[in-house]
Design a protein. Structure first.
Length: 641
């Protein structure tokens, strides 16, 4: 039976499922897994000294608190000794003897009023000292445990952050942003209670139960035996309800995730919602999820609404037995009132941790659900990373070569089919082709955001797989199709590529590039706040800031994935001028939409469905009269129209 119970409570669980990280249906409940618990424990190991101190302090506090019933029993006994002197000696309990021994009273002595008052004052004073120390230890243990637990939380967040910086783009393509953020926030937060208090609770609460059992048995073994049978009853009741409510809590959490996901989608899509008048239907959909959420919570309430009262009923039965049987023993002269009071109070000390652990079990499961996903993230190996033999790339000339590169975001679904080209240092390459043809993918491969499935990408004859990412990226500049600005000032954003650049250097770069006027015309010049994702800036301004950022770094290889968005003619000219200066003297790859840029290119690569279908200069390609010539014709017509 014990094994059946064990398996009911702690179903063994296999290693972390890989889908734990990316699946949409996040599992919030699994039976307690020891493997996972061990992993959590290993995070605490560096701080075992702090945790040991925390456990010691908490244990001392609990131990001192648990002397309370004995003091109460003593007081009751002395008071009753005084009221009815000469009461039965056989009912005197061990702590009575002990106290009388210490205070020099013989067991048989009848007390005078003064002695009785003196004894009670002494007992209260002792109790007071115990309570004072207990309070002190409690405060100290809260501080020690919180410090240890928060350090573990800090470490975990740091590890996740480092891991997120290591992971490759493919990971970000397949994992939703919301999920990644919840790893670092709610999942790690869910582990807090376990990290701060897990060690203490899991050691002190069972000890409290054991201590209470021993104390009851010592106080009076007959009373103890009279209620001992309630122990197994409690055990079964607990297992039954804890398991049942754990499953229901899981359903609540899943339902609530749906509510918040729906909310997030609606907020993100506010403009579309308004434009298409979808307010009412969306509200209905949201409310449907809410109704479900309420129903789930009610289901939990029905379980806990039976569980808690059942526990209270058992507590009540215990009390009734203690009082009834205790009363009988008192009447029979076999026990003193203080003994019954002590046993009665220890019964509470026995019940409280049981109720507590029943709830804490759920906290642990919830923490483990988060922990499983956090560990799955930490254990994900990036697809692109520095090989063990990776060497730093020396200062490069800037030759770039693709050798038969085959690449797909999903290996079974290639988007580049055997692409080869060679760019010599200082050359400018323009990539043209229809949308989805693979232009941005080529740029991403040069930047080593992804790993080709076969073929090689070489920079100065070095396979970029065999060089360190740092040394490669230091010599590259990149302005993306969707450019990105961080919250902060224009200066912060420009300096992002070269943090040690002085303000003067930044201005110098802006002057060289011709973006100085634009930047200075902003409200606060370099100190203008760009807003979240650059929201306070126009598209043209954002692009010019990104150009300045790339220019400041002075890279050997520069890549530009032009946005198709139209800017006004004046800005367009400014962008073109800056671009020209930015590209001069570097190997550059431009996904170009501006005819002027394309025409300047040393080599135009025409990409079609992942193949290079034509290559050459503008004049050569026009002369061939192929795909490019056709594209050019369309383009010219469009610009004339
Ligand atoms: N992150 C991704 N995950 C999966 N498939 C992708 C991803 N990015 C692009 N693709 C697919 O790869 C193909 C090439 O995309 P790519 O972004 O290179 O096109 P592009 O030539 O830059 O197009 P555009 O001119 O519209 O920017 C497309 O079919 C696209 O659907
Ligand atoms: Mg693109």
């Amino acid at each position: 039976m014990a094994t059946a119970l064990r398996s009911m409570l702690f179903r063994r669980q296999a290693k972390i499922a890989p889908e734990a990280l990316e699946s949409d249906d996040e599992q919030n409940y699994r039976p307690l897994s020891f493997a996972l618990l061990r992993k959590c424990a290993s995070q605490l190991r560096p701080y075992r000294a702090q945790y040991a101190l925390g456990v010691f302090l908490s244990a001392a506090q609990v131990l001192l608190d648990m002397t309370g019933p004995m003091f109460v029993g003593l007081i009751v006994n002395f008071v009753s000794d005084y009221i009815s002197p000469g009461a039965s000696e056989s009912g005197r309990k061990w702590f009575d003897h002990l106290f009388r021994h210490f205070t020099g009273l013989s067991d048989a002595a009848t007390l005078s009023q003064q002695q009785a008052i003196g004894a009670v004052v002494l007992i209260v004073a002792c109790w007071g000292v115990a309570v004072a120390f207990s309070i002190l230890f409690q405060r100290w243990s809260i501080l020690v445990n919180t410090r240890a637990g928060e350090t573990v939380q800090f470490d975990l967040r740091k590890k996740v952050f480092i891991q997120l910086q290591r992971l490759d783009m493919a990971f970000y393509d397949r994992t939703k942003l919301g999920r990644i953020i919840s790893r670092c926030t709610s999942d790690i937060n869910g582990m807090r209670e376990l990290n701060v208090w897990g060690v203490v609770h899991l050691s002190t609460q069972p000890s409290m139960i054991l201590f209470a059992i021993l104390a009851m048995a010592f106080t009076d073994w007959r009373l103890f035996l009279a209620i001992a049978w309630l122990g197994p009853v409690l055990y079964f009741v607990n297992i039954y309800f804890v398991r049942k409510s754990a499953i229901k809590w899981q359903i609540v959490r899943e339902g609530f995730t749906r509510v918040s996901t729906n909310l997030a989608e609606n907020i993100n899509g506010t403009r579309v919602v308004t434009a298409f008048n979808r307010q009412d239907p969306n509200l209905h959909a949201f409310n449907r999820l809410q109704v479900e959420n309420t129903a789930n919570n009610m289901a939990v309430a029905r379980t806990t609404g039976t569980y808690q009262p059942t526990l209270e009923a058992i507590r009540y039965v215990g009390r009734a037995i203690l009082l009834a049987y205790g009363g009988y023993l008192i009447a029979a002269g076999q026990l003193r009132v203080g003994g019954v009071v002590t046993a009665y109070l220890y019964w509470d000390w026995f019940m409280n941790p049981i109720v507590f652990l029943g709830n804490f079990y759920n906290t642990i499961l919830q923490a483990l659900a988060g922990a499983e996903r956090v560990f799955a993230l930490l254990e994900t190996e990036p697809a692109v990373k520095d090989l063990p033999d990776a060497k730093p790339l020396p200062r490069i000339r800037g030759d770039v070569r693709f050798e038969n590169v085959v690449f797909g975001y999903k290996p079974e679904n290639p988007v580049l089919h055997g692409v080869s080209f060679e760019a010599k240092s200082g050359q400018m390459f323009a990539l043209v082709g229809h949308t989805g043809s693979g232009k941005s993918s080529i740029i991403s491969l040069i930047a080593r955001f992804y790993q080709p499935q076969s073929g090689r990408v070489l920079v100065d004859e070095n396979d970029i797989r065999h060089v360190t990412g740092d040394s490669l990226h230091h010599q590259m500049g990149l302005v993306l199709q969707v450019n990105y600005l961080f919250s902060g000032t224009v200066l912060d954003n420009i300096r992002y590529s070269k943090p040690d650049a002085t303000e003067e250097e930044v201005l110098e770069a802006a002057r060289d590039l011709g973006t100085y006027e634009t930047i200075m015309s902003l409200k606060n010049g370099l100190n203008t706040d760009v807003g979240e994702r650059g929201a306070n800036m126009s598209l043209g301004q954002r692009q010019l800031i990104c150009f300045t950022r790339a220019y400041l770094a002075n890279p050997r290889i520069f890549m530009l994935d032009e946005a198709t968005s139209a800017v006004d003619t004046a800005t367009e000219m400014l962008v073109q001028q800056s671009l020209e200066r930015l590209l001069a003297g570097r190997t550059t790859f431009v996904v170009a939409h501006r005819l002027s840029t394309i025409k300047r290119a040393d080599q135009i690569l025409v990409i079609d469905q992942g193949h290079i279908v034509e290559r050459g200069t503008h004049e050569e390609l026009i002369a061939t009269g192929g795909k490019y010539a056709h594209l050019y014709e369309q383009f010219s017509q469009a610009s004339q129209a």
